[in-house]
Design a protein around this ligand. Structure first.
Ligand SMILES: Cc1cc2nc3c(=O)[nH]c(=O)nc-3n(C[C@H](O)[C@H](O)[C@H](O)COP(=O)(O)OP(=O)(O)OC[C@H]3O[C@@H](n4cnc5c(N)ncnc54)[C@H](O)[C@@H]3O)c2cc1C
Length: 386
């Protein structure tokens, strides 16, 4: 695990641990996964405990913790129950950090207290059927009219959208030829008439439901614009390091959990008269993964310190996200091999981690596209780094 640098951080982690042990014991995690029950009911208690307020400056009513403390909490949540980390990241990354970066004073005073209290959260509705990695290819349009903005289009694969109170929704306000320069962000209440959601069946992350969203002449007031008109894409890019850092921290926690399960099994399962962990092929595989989980952790901590210092960290955020998500993918793949039939059983925790982990190497920026961005920053590819 990431080391708590201060006594205050150790106390915060102890309260996170106590909360998780009480509310999400292993059998409850398995029940929720099997029945597809998201942990939204835990949000108010997380809010009362001050978990969400950690990332918000004191001047804005938060606790003003450094980002390393947030990363420690994310890693702990991810290690215990990815479902808790996922909803925590949605509140912090797509809600609080977006509002802090480009919300108006009125939007901040209306939403920040509600989000910090865990009373509501925002979902990010970016992806469209024809615009996945190529996010600037969105076609959903917002037209200015007498009553405000009129939005029409379609979004897909939007996590937790139905339970969210608002969608942070990029839409095209300029002509398509303007590319990412013609995109603006909107804060759209999910209860607005004209929004229709359909749940998408999928193979993992059962406690984070995904939705296809139709927007048919959805009218929102003038002040639903989030930030500046035409700057929505740049605004989203300016906060990407928070969501990538959050994912890197939480999947590092999940990788630690998966490695722990594989190690326990390697030590206890006896074949040919000895624990399978004493076979060199198994032992070396797990030793290599121990190195990679520790490497992820170091990259997360380095990134958290850069974020805390306000230094530019787009490349480091991409790097940490790539290393952490590929480590989790490989730890769970190896874990399934080491546990064999015990991992393949429907109630095994390893199979849940393995299924869930498949998302993260392409979600939150596909790793191939992030590698392009790193290469651009190194001057190897033309165009802007993303
Ligand atoms: C469970 C789940 C939850 C999600 N939650 C949300 C959400 O809350 N909000 C939201 O807006 N979206 C969400 N998404 C969408 C997610 O962000 C997209 O799946 C992701 O951006 C990839 O887009 P795509 O699936 O269309 O794949 P594509 O973009 O079609 O990519 C397919 C493959 O091509 C590769 N590829 C694409 N372009 C390049 C390139 N230039 N160079 C090399 N390789 C390339 C990709 O890396 C990938 O391997 C979610 C998706 C899932 C499955």
């Amino acid at each position: 695990m990431l080391a708590a640098a201060t006594e205050e951080q150790a106390q915060i982690l102890a309260s996170v641990e106590a909360f998780l042990r009480r509310t999400l014991p292993p059998e409850e995690i398995r029940r929720r996964d099997a029945k597809h029950v998201p942990p939204y009911d835990l949000l108010p208690e997380m809010g009362r405990a001050g978990f969400f307020a950690l990332a918000v400056p004191q001047a804005q009513g938060g606790l003003g913790a450094e980002w390393l403390t947030v990363a420690l909490v994310q890693e702990r949540l991810g290690r215990h129950a990815y479902m808790a980390a996922s909803i925590f990241n949605r509140v912090v990354g797509f809600g609080l950090m977006s509002l802090l970066a480009y919300g108006s004073a009125a939007q901040r005073s209306a939403l920040l207290p509600v989000l910090m209290a865990g009373e509501a959260f925002c979902a990010l509705a970016l992806t469209e059927p024809q615009a996945g990695s190529d996010a600037a290819a969105i076609r959903t349009r917002a037209e200015r009219g007498p009553g405000g903005w009129r939005i029409s289009g379609r979004k897909t694969w939007i996590s937790d959208a139905e339970a969210a109170r608002w969608l942070i929704l990029p839409a095209r306000t300029g002509p398509e030829r303007e590319g990412h320069r013609g995109i603006s962000l909107f804060l759209v209440p999910t209860a607005t008439p004209g929004i229709a959601m359909t749940r998408l069946p999928k193979i993992g992350n059962n406690c984070m439901p995904s939705f296809d969203i139709g927007l048919d002449e959805v009218v929102v007031p003038e002040d639903a614009l989030l930030g500046e008109e035409g700057r929505g894409f740049a605004q989203l890019m300016s906060t990407l390091h928070y969501s990538r850092a959050s994912m890197a921290a939480t999947v590092t926690g999940a990788a630690e959990a998966a490695l722990g399960l594989a190690l326990d099994h390697a030590r206890s399962r006896v074949q040919f008269g000895r624990p399978i962990g004493t076979f060199q092929s198994v032992a070396h595989r797990l030793a290599d993964l121990r190195i990679r989980v520790d490497l992820s952790r170091l990259m997360v901590a380095h990134l958290a310190r850069l974020i805390g210092s306000g230094a530019p960290c787009r490349r480091e955020a991409a790097q940490a996200k790539i290393v952490a998500t590929e480590t989790l993918r490989d730890v769970t793949d190896a874990g399934m091999q080491v546990m064999a039939s015990a991992g393949y059983a429907a109630d095994s925790d390893m199979q849940r981690l393995w299924r869930d982990s498949r998302l993260y190497t392409f979600g939150e920026g596909a790793n191939e596209v992030l590698r392009d961005g790193i290469a651009r920053e190194l001057g190897l590819l033309a165009g802007n780094a993303t």
